[in-house]
Design a protein around this ligand. Structure first.
Ligand code: 16G
Ligand code: ZN
Length: 535
């Protein structure tokens, strides 16, 4: 096998002078320098599967919201979680091995280190988004998988959450934790049925326009719609826009969740009317934000914070109405980017506990796993809700004591099914939002009216070395460089309802500064001052 592994590495030589890192979202960079990485990821995925006694591992080829010429790759653990941190480090080391011989040697070294029996089957599921470079990179990945003797299933074009779904379903098939039928159709059937059951006769108002970022989410949503009740059957009218995957160079260009969140405006092509509900997915559909224009043509964003508060309030109502309030508690997990008004609303109005974690889905996910029901969303739209095994058991076994309790319990059970437990899923999340709005008989204005965001400003500062910025307290305070936090605190004191923090980006060579305050002018001024301290 050493020979075949060296051969695969030789076929896809590592370009000189590039250092690769498995970051918060896997390896991600310009697509034309990723061939060697993909071949090596094939080797790592095979080892990871063997280390877990032949469980299915997922490999997703995507660069999410990044420009069309980028690409990336990330690994998925058997239950649909993100790759274990230790293996992120091993993947990084493997990606940076210089020669084919080094690659083969490291492969054997890992096998020895983890006592991996190389005759154990290795099973890997692969899929990709719609980028032009995807098929070439898939070829490189497959070369690595074949060299390692892995069995693999190629699901072709998939959203990232569909891949997570299939991985979890394959590994739980035939057990009491069976998640779903491990096929694309199985995904649509599961979420389609759950949506219908969770609506339970409540009719969604108006329609929803979904911007697919010209990525894989558009055509997959079009497919999912076939499994949803039609408007005539009491379902939701959905219009899919920006779903041009025939032109991969249009991916994420002037559309998509990142565009809308960053620019605080609808895609220029948007043609919807006042108060029409819209949402935007990102390039691999694991992220969603909602928005609308009011009758004065003013744009309003309903971001991840809004989804979290909406969903937490709905689940809280269902738990109480089912008679489960004494047995189950709900918590919300946010990052420092959550608007202060959202945090306040959860604590003061919903009376729920809020945890704050560093940026990155895996941190929120881990914190949410410690709760009975953990609602986690980043402001940028990544997120989902997870239910602990005990909580699921309680919900499944609960005997309602009245018709009203039964009604609420039915909706709660269907809602659990509707939420992708493996990972934040834009398609599942958007259906969840629609279910909540339908039950509350709310439109976007009522949703927006729950609380008023504090004015805020996010800026990016280019520094000579971002690695000197070290944070603590879930990135809310700087411990290094010395004295900087003190200066930030002094500025924050000067404005009303001020809050600000600076952190090194995990995806770009820059430091991000966030500031919020009672007025827009104060928030912008605070951001400017903090940025100049950081510079
Ligand atoms: C990655 C993370 C996302 C986070 C973002 C922050 C995942 C799957 N993605 O895209 O959660 O919000 O990085 O970027 O974890 P930043 O470090 O550049 O601010
Ligand atoms: Zn994404």
């Amino acid at each position: 096998m050493a020979a075949s592994i060296a051969e695969a590495a030789r076929k896809h030589p590592a370009p000189e002078g590039i250092v690769y890192t498995y970051g918060t979202a896997g390896f991600r960079t310009k697509a034309d320098v990723l061939d060697s990485v993909l071949a090596r990821v094939g080797l790592i995925a095979s080892l990871r599967s063997r280390a877990l006694k032949g469980k299915w591992i997922g490999v997703m080829i995507t660069a999410s919201h990044n420009p069309p010429e980028d690409n990336g790759v990330k690994l998925v653990e058997p239950m649909g979680n993100m790759l274990q941190e230790e293996w992120e480090v091993l993947s990084t080391t493997m990606a940076n091995k210089a020669t084919p011989e080094d690659v083969a040697e490291y492969y054997n070294e890992l096998a020895a280190k983890f006592k991996i029996d190389l005759s154990t089957p290795a099973r890997v599921v692969v899929a990709r988004d719609t980028r032009a470079s995807g098929s070439r990179l898939l070829g490189c990945l497959v070369d690595g998988l074949k060299a390692a003797g892995a069995e693999y299933k190629d699901f072709g074009f998939f959203t990232t959450p569909q891949l997570h779904y299939v991985v979890r379903s394959l590994n739980t098939e035939g057990t009491k934790d069976a998640y779903g039928v491990p096929t694309e159709k199985g995904y649509y059937e599961k979420f389609g049925a759950a949506f219908k059951n969770a609506l339970k006769g409540k009719k969604p108002q108006g329609s929803l326009t979904v911007d697919g970022a010209n990525g894989v989410g558009g055509p997959k949503l079009t497919e999912l719609i076939k499994y949803l009740p039609t408007k005539e059957e009491g379902g939701l009218e959905i219009h899919v826009v920006n779903d041009n995957v025939i032109k991969p160079e249009s991916l994420n260009v002037d559309c998509g969740a990142d565009y809308v969140k960053t620019n605080q405006r609808a895609p220029p092509t948007s043609k919807v009317g006042p108060n029409d509900r819209c949402c935007s997915l990102d390039g691999d559909a694991d992220r969603v934000v909602f928005y609308f224009k009011d009758s004065s043509n003013v744009f309003h964003l309903l971001d991840g914070d809004r989804i979290a508060t909406l969903v937490a309030s709905f689940l809280g109502d269902l738990i109480r109405q089912s008679g489960l309030a004494d047995a189950i508690t709900i918590g919300v997990v946010q990052t420092a980017y959550a608007n202060g008004a959202a945090t306040n609303y959860v604590e003061q109005t919903l009376k729920l506990k809020v945890d704050c974690t560093p940026t990155g889905v895996k941190y929120l996910h881990h914190a949410a796993e410690k709760l009975d029901i953990g609602v986690y969303f980043e402001a940028n739209g990544h997120g989902t809700v997870i239910f602990s095994p005990d909580t699921l058991d309680t919900i499944n076994k609960h005997e309602p004591r009245s018709p009203a309790q039964k009604e609420a319990l039915d909706v709660l059970r269907a809602t659990v099914e509707l939420i992708n437990q493996a990972v934040g899923d834009a398609l599942s999340d958007l259906l969840l939002v629609e279910v909540v709005l339908a039950h509350k008989s709310w439109g976007v204005e009522e949703w927006l009216g729950t609380y008023t965001d504090l004015p805020n400003k996010l800026t990016k500062v280019i520094v000579s070395d971002r690695n000197i910025f070290k944070t603590t307290d879930a990135e809310r305070k700087l411990v290094k460089p010395d004295g900087v936090q003190k200066q930030i605190d002094a500025e924050v004191q000067k404005v009303r309802q001020g809050r600000s923090f600076a952190r090194a980006s995990g995806t770009e060579d820059a430091v991000r500064v966030y500031a919020e305050a009672a007025t827009k002018a104060e928030a912008e001024d605070l951001a400017r001052k903090v940025a100049s301290i950081v510079e």
